[in-house]
Design a protein around this ligand. Structure first.
Ligand code: DC
Length: 233
């Protein structure tokens, strides 16, 4: 990396494209923090679920989500291997990983005030130390001037199969059909919301991971990084 430049890589894409695993591995290889912005939306979702809200958010329920977020500080600390997420000082890093929380995260992330609160936190984290930042709007909104913008995707069926395999491995009982249905709903919500929808950012490198192994994707991204700084300066 030239001088003391802190590299910032933006990775966006739909659920199940392999973003988290690949972003974590890339961050390790580059020796920079890994920043999982989805976890922040999941923390807001957890607040909403604990409050008994459903994903059918009307205006009053959306206002309640914003109030909950304002009253319960969310803290994120980023590391090379993972992020620790706290609400009111309690570690919720595992609790936010359920399918219910994923769906609720997709729902609350469409509330403009939620994004307006979280995006500045994400910018601050990225500016402090650089990193590999993963989400849905990193290349379009959070860091449109990132050194490298990647859009990771894969076929819907491959993404559902991967997510199902991950969930089975983590003891969450769910069927492939349920995973497919939830993924379709999240894809629809994340790409069609009016506030910062999931889109390919201008200047992104689009990588379809359907037929690629993890190692192949990581090597492909490392090659893109090497292209940015050809002298290794
Ligand atoms: O990446 P994930 O599955 O943890 O994200 C959960 C939800 O959060 C996702 O469906 C949409 C939302 N999200 C977002 O709107 N913007 C981001 N930068 C990251 C996640």
């Amino acid at each position: 990396m030239p001088g003391d430049h802190k590299i910032l890589v933006a990775i966006d894409g739909p659920a199940g494209a392999g973003k988290s695993t690949i972003a974590t591995r890339l961050a390790q290889r580059l020796g920079v923090p890994y920043l999982d912005t989805g976890a922040m939306y999941r923390a807001v979702a957890l607040l909403a679920l604990r409050d008994g809200l459903s994903t059918a958010l009307d205006e009053a329920a959306s206002a309640r989500v914003v109030e909950l977020m304002e009253n319960h500080p969310i803290e994120v600390s980023s590391g090379v291997t993972g992020n620790r997420i706290e609400i009111d000082g309690d570690d919720v890093s595992f609790e936010i990983r359920t399918p219910e929380c994923a769906l609720m995260a997709s729902t609350v992330s469409a509330i403009p005030e939620v994004r307006q609160a979280l995006v500045p936190m994400q910018r601050r984290l990225g500016l402090e130390n650089g990193g590999v930042m993963e989400g849905r709007d990193i290349g379009t909104v959070v860091f449109p001037d990132a050194d490298l913008k990647i859009f990771l995707t894969a076929s819907a069926e491959e993404r559902a199969q991967r997510r199902h395999r991950d969930l089975v491995g983590s003891d969450v009982a769910t069927s492939l059909d349920d995973v497919r249905e939830q993924q379709n709903r999240r894809d629809r919500q994340d790409t069609s919301r009016s506030e910062s929808p999931l889109q390919v950012a201008p200047g992104s490198v689009v990588v379809d991971t359907t037929d690629l192994s993890l190692d192949e994707v990581v090597e492909r991204l490392m090659a893109e990084v090497a292209n940015l700084f050809p002298q290794g300066a």
